[in-house]
Design a protein around this ligand. Sequence first.
Ligand SMILES: [Zn+2]
Length: 168
Amino acid sequence: MAKLGRPSRPLDVRLMEKIIIPPMCTWEHEDRCWEWVGAKTGAGYGLIWDGKCMVLAHRVMYNLFIDLTFPIRSNDRSIVLDHRCRNKGCVNTFHLQVVSQRENTARGRLCDLKNKTSIYRGVHWDKKSKKWHVQAQLNGKRVYLGRFHNEVEAAAAYQNFLKDNNEF
Ligand SMILES: [Zn+2]
């Protein structure tokens, strides 16, 4: 018997209703952000009611699709579910990665050049060359990492740079 005022439909069904998923016609599908259109925290993270309290939508997504043991509600601040795309409203599980708080802070500190044309950090579109340019900052200096036809390859170059410099 359903109780009044309680959501009767499963969490995963209600979750998927609040996500705008890009068209699945190409492999790029995996690389685009899935935008959360439901309630959000002040910081921009998706929120959903799990029957008892409001929980973070991207954590629920990670739990449902990647790792059922991943805690949706966690008081353990040493484990952070990081958005590799830096889009807090994104719930694409391909963009989520479990990192330690220390790693997350290090990534935030390695601030790269802001741009609006790519969802990936350090990647921006160059109209002249019609390629994706990759730049990072290390010890206060700009480092040019190259130009790429493919946005994802450009993002990978950036990630590799972070790894090579122990910032990942
Ligand atoms: Zn994303």
